[in-house]
Design a protein around this ligand. Structure first.
Ligand code: AMP
Length: 284
């Protein structure tokens, strides 16, 4: 067995930067020498390995790495037997079956015998089999969205984030095959389970801290119960009596995406001194 735990992260692209930043925020920092395959994590028995994002699920299942950061779409497509430890709250996207705006294909079943370009042949075949359609799969590793214009395909199955790539190619979504995001995966038989748990807990602290803010405000006693319903917190809000009679101070964790809306509702309710504080790390 390798002496150190090995964590595989993407060697290039956006997910490479995201992974490096996440690990650094979790106290796992390293310096990568140019083009090197490995880097040693400072003060921890961990080596980082730089790999192709789509190889990470299989390499994790085979035990070449104990942990890996990759897309759940790639885990699903590969069929690799790995444990998903944590959703990392980034890289959210949908896998969609798309056709040209003027296409005669109106439902998935119409694709029987037709050409479908995709980097996800397994998921695509499985989905269309459920619609009693057997397509001719054009298996590509990227730039799938131009294949209809090139006359190579009648439909595509591709990842969609904002939908702007589809719009630019005059395509629209006929059906959704799944929702995916960036995940931490683990080899189920890793001999480094204890240290893997520590890495997962550390990353979880960062992921939760990024997704939540701390909100504090003062509220009259008569409105306290209503305010607590608006900010129920992660587990339960902290409530302190103020020196000023009939007033309470409330501290609660709030989902970051909901902070502005919740501040407005609290203000309408009569709350004062409403403060949002970012959380940089946490253990809950
Ligand atoms: P969008 O134009 O925002 O819908 O993004 C679509 C393009 O980005 C497609 O070419 C996708 O293959 C790629 N894409 C979107 N989300 C992801 C993701 N989470 N992982 C990898 N590629 C993605």
């Amino acid at each position: 067995m390798a002496e150190n735990l090995r964590i595989g992260i993407p060697s290039k692209g956006r997910l490479s930067e995201i992974s490096t930043e996440l690990l650094a925020d979790a106290g796992l920092s390293f310096r990568r020498q140019e083009r090197s395959l490995f880097a040693r994590v400072r003060d921890m028995p961990i080596d980082v390995t730089f790999l192709r994002t789509d190889d990470i699920p299989v390499l994790c299942a085979e035990g070449a790495i104990d942990l890996g950061i990759t897309g759940s779409d790639l885990v699903n497509e590969s069929g690799a037997v790995v444990t998903t430890r944590l959703k990392l709250g980034v890289g959210k996207c949908r896998l969609a079956l798309c056709v040209p705006d003027d296409s005669g294909v109106k439902r998935p079943a119409d694709l029987d015998g037709k050409r479908v370009a995709t980097s996800f042949p397994q998921i695509t075949n499985g989905f269309l089999a459920g619609h009693k359609a057997v397509p001719h799969i054009v298996n590509l590793s990227g730039s799938v969205e131009v294949m209809i214009a090139l006359g190579v395909a009648d439909a595509i199955v591709d990842l969609v984030e904002t939908g702007s790539t589809l719009a630019a190619n005059r395509l629209h979504v006929l059906a959704e095959l799944g929702s995916y995001e960036t995940v931490l995966v683990q080899n189920p038989a890793t001999p480094h389970g204890h240290i893997a748990d520590r890495v997962a807990r550390r990353l979880e602290g960062v992921v939760i801290a990024r997704a939540w803010s701390l909100l504090e405000y003062n509220i009259p006693e008569a409105k306290l119960a209503e305010a607590e319903q608006i900010t129920p917190g992660f587990n339960s809000p902290t409530i302190n009596r103020l020196e000023q009679a009939g007033w309470f101070a409330v501290r609660a964790m709030v989902k970051r995406g909901e902070v502005i809306d919740i501040m407005e509702r609290l203000e309408q309710l009569g709350a004062t001194a409403i403060l949002e504080t970012a959380i940089s790390n946490c253990r809950l």
